[in-house]
Design a protein around this ligand. Structure first.
Ligand SMILES: [Zn+2]
Length: 289
């Protein structure tokens, strides 16, 4: 079984991106794994600090590892948006494959200093672990927002990207390139789409020369996602779209089975709903050049 680093390299060679999907329970994990298994493509499962607090750090690590081993399948686990070294170390010790160390809210200098320190500490625990750093402003919260935040001033520049990668030793960079966490109501309804700065992605890629992650991929225009992957994005995060599908699936299950109390007769609706969204995104990310 290859590690996440090999899988990322292979994806880059093939001109495809790895789908990263956040989960908060066994239901969404089943859906994400089921979709990846059906398409036979590698997949990255993400858990934010909030999602980890709910499902359990060691518990999700064991669940994902059990799928990888039992099915000999390239499913990996990422500690999404980790804001302290203590939380990052906890995930590394539990066996996570990668960690998003996110101090993008701090000044550039402070972000560099603490991220560099984190890279050193985490690689001591597991030399194969991949550390992702983040610069620029992509908003917070994979939720439904009433209005769009103004993120235009927080876009990442190629010069910053190169400097950040070289001075921290991170393996993966998460830039701000027009992406945004969460979705607007109009995006959930399919009336509007997010658009990406494709030229900026290409410039950052040639300056930084490391794998790039696109956060906040939910609600992004499909053609923009295709172009972003061709320009150098290697991992695409989807969370809010899955959360919307999770809720719709639950509502459908409860409506169709109004008197049912058996969880495993209601929750398959949620699995199916989340799986369909995951399938659609994985097909797009793996369609290649
Ligand atoms: Zn994110």
């Amino acid at each position: 079984m290859h590690g996440l680093r090999d899988v990322l390299e292979q994806a880059a060679k093939n001109g495809v991106a790895i789908g990263h999907f956040n989960v908060a329970d066994l239901v969404s994990l089943k859906a994400v794994f089921g979709a990846a298994q059906e398409l036979r493509v590698p997949v990255l499962v993400g858990v934010s600090q909030g999602e980890r607090d709910f499902i359990g750090v060691r518990q999700i690590a064991v669940l994902v590892r059990s799928l990888r081993e039992e099915f000999d399948f390239p499913i990996f686990l990422n500690a999404d948006h980790t804001h302290s070294l203590t939380k990052a170390i906890e995930a590394a010790k539990a066996g996570f494959d990668s960690i998003v160390f996110d101090l993008s809210a701090l000044s550039f200098e402070e972000n560099v200093r603490q991220t560099k320190e984190a890279v050193g500490a985490l690689k001591k625990i597991n030399s194969a672990i991949l550390v992702e750093g983040e610069i620029g402003d992509i908003g917070t919260g994979s939720e439904i927002h009433d209005k769009a935040p103004n993120l235009s001033k927080g876009l990442t520049t190629p010069v910053q990207a190169k400097q950040f990668v070289e001075s921290t030793g991170i393996d993966i960079l998460a830039p701000a390139v027009g992406n945004m966490h969460g979705m607007l109501k109009s995006m959930v309804q399919g009336e509007t789409k997010k658009h990406l700065d494709i030229a900026r992605i290409a410039q950052i890629k040639s300056a930084a020369r490391v794998p790039l992650t696109l956060h906040g991929g939910s609600g992004t225009d499909d053609e923009d996602l295709r172009k972003a992957i061709a320009a150098g994005i290697n991992i695409v995060h989807i969370n809010t779209e899955l959360r919307v599908a999770w809720r719709h699936g639950l509502e459908e299950g409860l409506t169709k089975k109004p008197d049912e109390v058996v969880p495993y007769k209601i929750l398959p609706f949620v699995v199916e709903s989340v799986k369909q969204v995951t399938l659609s995104r994985l097909r797009l990310f793996n369609s290649g050049r």
